[in-house]
Ligand binder design. Structure first.
Ligand SMILES: *Cc1c(COP(=O)(O)O)cnc(C)c1O
Length: 386
């Protein structure tokens, strides 16, 4: 077995042209106009809540994702929280999501006082299972006065938040169809999937609202940042208003008409975001090349199952994924790689097991449990200088 692990480590070291020293899981790359735009923002003195880069960033996101509206936010978690608020989620309501996700998804749901309800993921996409969602909705919910209720708890199901796990798109058209049929707002957690499309359409643009993240470990980064996309003009206006302290526009008066949020993206970060978006397509192609080399590497190693993009999708391959045969093998592989200076990591602990969420309604999540025991993320940074 160690020989197999050694081959993987050797491949990664060769690929990144790093014969010794530490290889991180995902490093940011600043190879374009990054410094230039950041310096320009500083020189302009507009480093904070307004400035031309915020507007430019929103325009670039609209253009890249083909969404009608884009609203910059301070991070992806804020984008998700705001999206759920705008989708009409209220205290004590339920939000369907997957147990295999980063904590931010459930945190955003909790900020509203709503509760996550867990439905399993699919083995082939690692994201919310349309099939299991359909069965759950059919058996355990009812529609009254145009709203969807969970029969057993009597609580309303306000929204559904699928996540495009590690950049691989879920079967979002089927999920969207179910949400429409059951009167549930679809909010996509597209934090990991900038650059990923499903049937030619960008992830995050299938539902009412979508949220992206530009945290330091994501495909492109502006230090910290996020964006909400939507095709709904009213929601877009409200998103801008509520994320900027709900100030009524006026030349000098300070009047606010809602409880607002300080969720705006500073112009300084937006400057970096603009430079990063210029490189996005190049980064995605670079990451796809790495994925195809990983696929090749693992093709003759039955101990590993390497994840390729789901059918009819283009993945950004944010973090490459393998499944090992069982938990023991996974731990051996994690230990070997990390001891040899190559950073790998397991899946997030499932959300339904965490102290804060273990009381929440949880459907059969056997796929998520299977994956949690076996999954390992491999180094996936964009390669430069080769
Ligand atoms: C990164 C991430 C977020 C939110 O990101 P921020 O760090 O707040 O920008 C949300 N959901 C998922 C699944 C993520 O991976």
């Amino acid at each position: 077995m160690n020989k197999m692990f050694e081959e993987v480590v050797t491949f990664i070291r060769n690929y990144y042209n790093t014969p010794e020293g530490f290889i991180p899981l995902h490093e940011p790359r600043f190879t374009g106009n990054d410094k230039k735009y950041v310096m320009d923002a500083i020189d302009s003195t507009f480093v904070s809540s307004v400035g031309k880069y915020v507007d430019k960033f929103e325009e670039m996101i609209r253009e890249y994702t083909d969404a009608k509206y884009a609203i910059a936010t301070v991070n992806g978690t804020a984008a998700l929280h705001m999206s759920l608020l705008l989708a009409g989620t209220k205290r004590d309501e339920l939000v369907i999501t997957q147990p295999l996700s980063f904590i931010a998804t459930c945190n955003a749901i909790s900020y509203i006082g709503a509760e996550p309800l867990f439905v399993d993921v699919d083995m082939d996409t690692l994201g919310l299972s349309a099939e299991k969602l359909g069965l759950f909705l059919k058996d355990k919910t009812e529609i009254k006065n145009g709203l969807c209720y969970h029969k057993q708890s009597g609580k309303r199901i306000a929204a559904c938040v699928p996540m495009h796990t590690f950049g691989h798109p879920v079967a979002i058209d089927k999920i969207a169809e179910l949400c429409t049929r059951y009167k549930i707002a679809l909010v996509e957690d597209a934090a990991e999937s900038i650059g990923s499309t499903y049937k030619g359409k960008h992830t995050g643009t299938f539902g009412l609202l979508g949220a992206f993240s530009f945290n330091g470990n994501k495909t492109i980064t502006c230090g910290g940042g996020g964006v909400i996309v939507t095709n709904d003009e009213q929601l877009a206006k409200l998103a801008k208003h509520l994320t900027t302290q709900a100030k009524v526009p006026h030349k000098w008066e300070f009047v606010h008409d809602h409880i607002g949020y300080n969720y705006r993206l500073p112009n300084l970060n937006a400057a970096l975001a603009c430079a990063q978006i210029e490189k996005l397509e190049e980064f995605v192609l670079n990451k796809r090349e790495l994925a195809s080399q990983y696929q090749q590497l693992f093709s003759d190693k039955p101990e590993f199952h390497f994840y390729v993009e789901p059918k009819e999708s283009r993945s950004n391959y944010w973090l490459n994924v393998v499944l090992l045969k069982n938990k023991t093998k996974r731990d051996e592989f994690l230990t070997y790689t990390n001891e040899h200076g190559v950073m790998t990591r397991p899946a997030w602990a499932l959300m339904n097991k965490l102290e804060m969420f273990k009381q929440c309604i949880c459907e059969d999540v056997s796929n998520a449990i299977f994956i949690e025991d076996r999954l390992v993320n491999l180094p996936s940074s964009v390669r430069i200088n080769n």
